[in-house]
Design a protein around this ligand. Structure first.
Ligand SMILES: NC(=O)c1ccc[n+]([C@@H]2O[C@H](COP(=O)([O-])OP(=O)(O)OC[C@H]3O[C@@H](n4cnc5c(N)ncnc54)[C@H](OP(=O)(O)O)[C@@H]3O)[C@@H](O)[C@H]2O)c1
Length: 293
């Protein structure tokens, strides 16, 4: 897609009242396999969180339903008391059952209960932002009206429980509605070199000054989904620049639009170091054309 890359790539972008660095951290890879249960190596999970902040991450994405209850507990154990500039962002609208299924929980009362759970488990009085996560269609589930869900999110913002409202896994129309009714600060949708189907939402966010936070920026940990690092062009550019394919995939996102904030997920200290270093990578227009071809 058309890029807005210039010689100067912005290093920060507003996330509601926070001005965050464009490379943050996603906490979904910290719990056990399948995002269920405790981490295989708790000490490393805690070390990854601490190192992320040391390396400049001031935007951490989480959810009460990661684990469930695991990511937030780890974040608190590793980082509380938090620095004033750390933006903790969560999402509501889903639950996990014991088998690990992702279930919708989108009634306004469920959204409120989920925000309360996040505040309590993270040990904060306010979350920097909370994404209303729209679940995929599930047979038999009647999703409450988007307007009602957004009204509850706005009410919680007015009460001071959250500083900014976001929306996630949302269509272009849903994002338009959320901008109009809730003055959202961020959109969190799937987007990467391996899946650019959300480009229209990204362009809308860029035009409106709304932060766009791609989930699955590397193609996710889920088997069967196309991985950015497997793309031959990504590998070729990485070889040429002396970088890793993951770094090139993330650097392309940073170059794509200034309102993109990264939250790559990793449970590995080595991968974290790689990911946090992508802000210093400059892709040429030729690199970008090759990656997008
Ligand atoms: N709103 C939503 O609905 C939603 C959905 C999914 C995710 N999210 C958020 O988005 C964040 C990012 O998505 P994600 O974690 O699912 O997927 P991702 O960032 O696209 O990919 C994570 C996978 O990439 C691997 N990886 C990370 N850094 C790497 C590197 N430098 N080199 C090679 N492999 C690397 C990880 O393995 P290792 O652990 O081995 O590094 C893991 O398998 C999540 O952590 C979560 O906070 C939001």
């Amino acid at each position: 897609m058309t890029t807005t890359n210039t010689a100067e790539t912005a290093t920060t972008f507003p996330l509601g009242p926070f001005q965050v660095h464009r490379v943050g951290f996603g906490a979904m890879q910290l719990p056990g396999p399948g995002v269920m249960g405790p981490p295989q190596d708790r000490d490393t999970a805690l070390a990854v969180l601490r190192r992320a902040v040391e390396l400049g991450a001031d935007h951490i994405d989480t959810a009460q339903y990661y684990g469930p209850d695991v990511s937030n507990e780890l974040i608190r154990a590793a980082l509380h008391p938090y620095g004033d500039d750390l933006a903790l962002v969560s999402k509501v609208g889903a639950l996990r059952n014991k088998k690990g299924s992702w279930l919708p929980a989108q009634k306004p009362a469920e959204l409120r209960a989920a925000v309360q759970d996040n505040l309590q488990s993270l040990g904060v009085e306010q979350l920097a932002a909370v994404n209303l996560r729209i679940t995929d269609d599930i047979p038999g589930y009647v999703r409450p009206a988007l307007e009602d869900q957004l009204a509850e999110m706005v009410a919680m913002r007015e009460e001071g429980l959250i500083a900014g409202v976001g929306i996630s896994n949302a269509t272009l129309d849903q994002v338009r509605t959320a901008i109009e009714l809730a003055d959202i600060v961020c959109v969190q949708n799937a987007y990467s070199l391996a899946d650019q189907s959300d480009a229209d939402v990204l362009a809308l966010c860029a035009a409106q000054g709304v932060a766009y936070v791609p989930f699955f920026p590397l193609g996710s940990a889920f088997p069967g989904m196309p991985k950015v690092v497997d793309r031959p062009a990504v590998q070729a550019v990485a070889d040429r620049l002396g970088r890793t394919p993951a770094q090139v995939g993330l650097a392309w996102l940073l170059a794509d639009f200034d309102n993109i904030l990264l939250i790559p997920g990793t449970s590995s200290l080595a991968h974290l170091e790689e990911n946090m270093a992508v802000a210093e990578i400059e892709l040429s227009n030729a690199d970008i054309a090759e990656l997008e071809a």
